[in-house]
Write a protein of this length. Structure first.
Length: 243
């Protein structure tokens, strides 16, 4: 996977720093792979990533497109903490077949298989878009953008947020959405006849109803206004329905 970068955090205050910043409980990364995100103070998405720990170094597996921004934010929040932040040269592999020794389960969904960090490339030929659409899994830079609220992207179902861990950046907004409101918008699976480019507007009875994203066969992912996504919808020349 040439589109992934591994950032390493080390030093006696590395765990405390990351725990104060990200949506999931970093302590779990001592024994497994976790999924998490860094948010703005207004609760919007900056980057999503996987976290694990190896030899007292926290490894953060992030899309290469978002690695510079994530590293910059970590540097900014570090202040005078005794934490070293460096890129770690290693291969990130993932697959759904036989896992190599040392691979870890993808925490978002059992059908997403495993991820491996090392010197060898074990990537297989899994159709990842088909799996993502089947299980409503958002992708960095596609369904996950700077306008995203993580609960609308399904982060709770993806094991990407811990509501008991304490404060983190953007936590107040996420908690308010969890406990005080019913989500009126969010990522959902739709059936699709025809096709339209990623990012195309969706309408229902001529009114804005959402945005179309990844398509795979007769299914697609879309961010929808649930009150309007109750019947046939249109996106370009494509027709959409919620299953």
């Amino acid at each position: 996977m040439t589109d992934r970068t591994v950032i390493g955090l080390s030093g006696p205050e590395a765990f405390d720093l990351l725990q104060r910043l990200v949506t999931n409980n970093v302590a779990k990364s001592r024994h497994a792979l976790i999924y998490a995100a860094l948010l703005t103070p207004q609760g919007k998405y900056i980057a999503d990533f996987f976290v694990t720990t190896r030899d007292d170094t926290i490894l953060i597996d992030v899309a290469t497109s978002h690695a510079p921004t994530l590293a910059q934010k970590l540097m900014m929040y570090r202040l005078r903490a005794d934490v070293q932040i460096d890129e770690v040269k290693m291969v990130v592999s993932r697959g759904t077949g036989q896992a190599p020794d040392g691979a870890m389960a993808d925490p978002r969904h059992p059908d997403l298989g495993w991820r491996f960090y090392g010197d060898t490339d074990y990537n297989d030929t899994t159709d990842w878009d088909a799996l993502r659409v089947a299980h409503v899994i958002p992708e960095t830079g596609v369904e996950l953008t700077a306008d995203t609220y993580i609960l609308e992207a399904g982060f709770e179902q993806l094991n990407g947020v811990d509501f008991r861990k304490g404060c983190y950046v953007g936590q107040e907004i996420a908690a308010r959405m969890k406990h005080k409101t019913e989500l009126k918008k969010g990522l959902a699976q739709v059936t699709i006849t025809g096709s339209a480019p990623v990012g195309s507007d969706i309408t229902a009875d001529g009114k804005p109803a959402g945005t179309l994203y990844t398509q795979s066969g007769a299914l697609a992912l879309a961010h929808l206004r649930f009150d309007r996504a109750t019947g046939e919808m249109k996106s370009g020349d494509a027709s959409l329905h919620r299953p």
